[in-house]
Design a protein around this ligand. Structure first.
Ligand code: SF4
Length: 415
């Protein structure tokens, strides 16, 4: 297999088929030389057009480049074209992906407007049918995807693995299967399910450059092992995600640990961070985490990065924390306007430091940096631009003064 460096970083990237996911303003490319794509999934009832449109907008606003939604009932299938139309009317052309389980063959057949409105279909080979019906139902979905020229993701999940295939693999590995298949047998079943289903789709007329594969598991080491194997067994574009990663920081850490190892090895063309949201919290957090993961690894830039120290006994008031937090929020908010007006601004580095121990040095490494003196939280701070001391700020509104300097810097360097 040929390996080549990705354009925005130094890690070698596995060469995969480039899959064009159609969109009204041009396709989103998954795989090939394209940057790793950030995607997410709604958790609204898809039949609720209003709520789903709102959440898609929220995810897109946060930076999701593809949005998947469950299509599980006739009402959900009927809602899909309405959601598409509402988004188009609002000027939001993000490709929508339909997530199908159990009855996808029926819904795609019965609701052609839904089949047309979706840009891509996710098919789970573990629950597309059982026995003989499995093959015909899978074929129905592939036929419809071919008819409308839609790409598919063949998405295997170890929570819904094809049981007949698992039994076959276990039989082939007799002696290693009781009482529960050894991990290596499970890995083999996951990868085999994905690769064999993709081969079946190709035999039915689906070109390789319209197939994305995923093999999701919930354990970090399991995911790494499975995708390493998958990446040497095929050249399909790969969707990475740690499924059922968990709540809050556990989900973020586990997803980041697994995905960063794989991305560093050049494996993965699109990612989704699957964290269980706290009740009432924004779904968009998973998009922010995905972006920050890619940006921390030097694979893509989305929003200027803030380098800030943790603070210590030298920053005992909240002055420093507020300065760091407000700067980060300011940059993310501004990006909605800046990304079109100031090309390249997303790669800017900003330092916010608590005292003179590391503050001046770190600030000099950034495009623009600020360092408090660290002597009793005196409301004054040195500002550095391009490695040189620029000015000393004083007063109770250091964050506002610093934001004004950031804006001037952006206008003069990226305008
Ligand atoms: Fe503490 Fe200063 Fe280091 Fe920040 S830079 S952690 S304030 S010593």
């Amino acid at each position: 297999r040929e390996e080549k460096p990705i354009s925005s970083g130094s890690a070698p990237r596995r060469k995969t088929h480039a899959v064009a996911v159609p969109g009204n303003t041009g396709p989103v490319i998954i795989g090939g030389d394209a940057p790793v794509v950030v995607q997410s999934m709604t958790n609204t009832d898809t039949s609720d057009v209003e709520q789903t449109v709102c959440q898609v907008m929220e995810l897109v606003q946060a930076g999701s480049e593809l949005v998947r939604m469950t299509v599980n009932t006739p009402a959900a299938a009927q809602a899909v074209p309405l959601i598409r139309q509402r988004l188009d009317d609002a000027g939001i052309h993000v490709p929508l992906i339909g997530d199908f389980h159990f009855n996808g063959h029926v819904l795609l057949q019965d609701f052609p407007a839904c089949a047309r409105a979706l840009a891509k279909y996710r098919i789970n080979p573990g629950n597309v049918g059982i026995g003989e019906s499995r093959d015909s139902q899978f074929a129905t979905m592939i036929d419809i995807a071919c008819r409308y020229e839609k790409p598919v993701r063949i998405g295997v999940n170890w929570g819904s693995l094809d049981q007949a295939l698992l039994k076959r693999i276990m039989d082939e590995n007799a002696g290693r299967s009781a009482p529960w298949p050894a991990p290596s047998v499970m890995y083999e079943a996951l990868v085999t399910s994905a690769v064999e289903s993709a081969a079946q789709a190709e035999a039915l007329g689906m070109p390789a450059d319209r197939i994305v594969l995923s093999c999701k598991v919930s354990g970090v080491q399991d995911l790494i092992a499975v995708y390493r194997e998958l990446s040497v067994r095929c050249d399909y574009a790969l969707h990475l995600g740690l499924t059922e990663a968990g709540v809050g920081s556990k989900g973020i850490v586990a997803s980041s640990a697994a995905l960063s190892v794989l991305l560093e090895e050049g494996i993965g063309d699109t990612i989704r961070i699957s964290i269980t949201p706290d009740p009432g919290s924004s779904r968009a957090r998973e998009v922010v985490v995905a972006q920050e993961l890619l940006q921390s690894m030097g694979l893509r830039n989305f929003v200027p990065m803030v380098t800030s120290c943790p603070g210590c006994g030298r920053t005992s008031s909240t002055l420093f924390q507020e300065l760091a937090s407000n700067t980060q929020h300011y940059l993310r908010e501004q990006m909605t306007v800046w990304k079109n007006r100031y090309p390249g601004v997303e790669s800017m580095n900003v330092a916010v430091m608590g005292c003179i121990v590391n503050g001046p040095g770190e600030s000099q490494h950034a495009n623009i940096g600020i360092s408090l003196p660290g002597n009793g939280e005196t409301p004054m701070a040195m500002v550095f631009e391009d490695g040189k001391r620029k000015t000393m700020l004083r007063g109770d509104n250091l964050d506002e003064q610093f934001q004004a300097l950031i804006l001037k810097y952006v206008q003069s360097h990226y305008g």
